[in-house]
Design a protein. Structure first.
Length: 311
């Protein structure tokens, strides 16, 4: 009966990557004769050849082409399993592992880490950045403990809840408004027939905001569309009009811009995500309190529970 053992799968993948038995042997840290023997065993067990030699390299046979997609999927799952096992071995260490979107990593996470270490001076911290749709996998695989994002994440193994709420802001090139004007909110209606950098946000908030802008008469003049708030800020700083962004992007270091809170109020939530299979430890809980306090100081954010009571 044809069987595909794990070692054969590893050999198959190594040959596909290297193109030669010698290269595959190097990847697997075995000798070239051992690699040859392993391939012969696999082909004998399966009952058909996996590779043919062409121009000095090993090419897939028609049969192995049909196997390739499933083998790659199994290999990816095995790597995930190995990563999960390695991360489980570290789970009993008092280590704070945080993943956040690039915007939050630039604006608030370093401040929150500094706040945390004032109380836990020996706390070990690992910070990485990923976009929201990549965070779920890192959390599920226990590569990270806490995720911070401006978008709600949905996964049965991940709890995602609002931590605090800030306000949508309008940014313009530095010097657009006086110091007194910058202290005052600005109506979103002022964007009618104004140059605006468009942000393609494919979520409920983005659709809600776009619907509002389309009702303006005449609508804003959008000639540039971007995918992130940060790119929008860079374009505004270069004089390419105004942009509606989250408050963290607006105050993050780098390009200077004028900032005004938008009316009517468009709340933007900062979400925390973590696994559902256990409570947060004292270091993780303290870190989230630091995020809340730093967000309040930095952008005037309000705790999510306070925002809910006021609604």
């Amino acid at each position: 009966m044809a069987t595909m053992q794990l070692r054969y799968i590893e050999m198959f993948q190594a040959i596909v990557q290297a193109g030669t038995l010698t290269g595959a042997a190097t990847l697997l840290n075995i000798s070239q004769p051992a690699a040859t023997k392993l391939l012969q065993q696999a082909e004998r067990r399966l009952g058909f050849p996996l590779f043919v030699r062409a121009k000095g390299r090993l090419q897939l046979t028609p049969e192995s082409v049909l196997l390739k997609e499933k083998i790659e999927r199994i290999s990816d799952e095995l790597r995930d399993l190995q990563r999960l096992a390695a991360n489980l071995a570290r789970s009993d260490q008092q280590l704070l592992r945080v993943v956040s979107t690039p915007t939050l990593a630039n604006a608030i996470v370093p401040r929150a880490i500094t706040c945390l270490r004032k109380r836990f001076s020996n706390a070990a911290v690992e910070l990485s950045t990923q976009h929201s749709n990549e965070m779920i996998r890192s959390i599920v695989l226990r590569e990270t403990d806490i995720g911070l994002t401006l978008q709600e994440l949905n996964h049965p193994d991940v709890r995602c809840r609002p931590l605090c709420t800030g306000a949508l802001v309008l940014i313009a090139p530095a010097g657009t408004w006086t110091a007194q004007e910058r202290k005052q909110p600005i109506s979103i209606d002022c964007l009618a027939d104004s140059p605006l950098v468009g942000i393609a946000m494919m979520d409920n908030f983005g659709r809600q905001l776009q619907t509002y802008l389309e009702r303006l008469t005449p609508p804003p003049r959008i000639s540039i569309w971007v995918q992130t708030y940060q790119i929008a800020k860079e374009l505004v700083s270069a004089g390419e009009g105004m942009a509606l962004v989250d408050p963290f992007t607006a105050v993050a270091g780098g390009h200077e811009v004028d900032i005004r809170v938008v009316e009517p109020h468009f709340p933007l939530r900062l979400y925390v995500a973590h696994r559902v299979d256990g409570p947060l430890n004292v270091v993780q809980q303290t870190f989230l309190k630091c995020v809340q306090s730093e967000a309040e100081e930095l952008i005037g954010a309000r705790p999510a529970e306070e925002t809910a009571r006021a609604a």
